[in-house]
Design a protein around this ligand. Structure first.
Ligand code: HEC
Length: 96
């Protein structure tokens, strides 16, 4: 019975966020980490970056590329969490 009373509040307690504040949106992450080469609209093409509005890479290819880098495209695995990579990749797919 005692265990029951101790357990219920634990189960009902909302999960505590790891960091304060809402997570950065894909758009925000893109403007921080990607826009310096790709531009806010994905078309800038600085430092040999490819025009993202013309890219045929799907979500799997982009996730791999952003995580591990390729050529002059830097790897972001030490800067972004997998969840952040996912959000920024999803945002990049909206650039048309
Ligand atoms: C230092 C400049 C630089 C930054 C910063 C950068 N990129 Fe790139 N990106 C490149 C270059 C250069 C290429 C071409 C790589 C190659 O094929 O050799 C590229 C290619 C890509 C491609 C593949 C396009 C295609 O179909 O060929 C995607 C997708 C991409 N970048 C997404 C991103 C995202 C998302 C970010 C931010 C997390 C980012 N990039 C940050 C330089 C950059």
């Amino acid at each position: 019975m005692l265990a029951y009373f101790l357990l219920v509040p634990l189960l009902l307690a909302p999960p505590r966020p790891i960091s304060a504040g809402p997570p950065e949106s894909g758009q925000k992450l893109f403007s921080i980490y990607c826009a310096r080469c790709h531009g806010k609209d994905g078309r800038l093409g600085l430092n040999g970056a490819h025009d993202l509005t013309k890219s045929n890479l799907n979500v799997i290819g982009r996730t791999y590329l952003v995580t591990n880098g390729m050529g002059k495209m830097p790897a972001f695995k030490s800067e972004l969490t997998p969840a952040e990579v996912q959000r920024v990749v999803e945002y990049s797919l909206t650039l048309k």
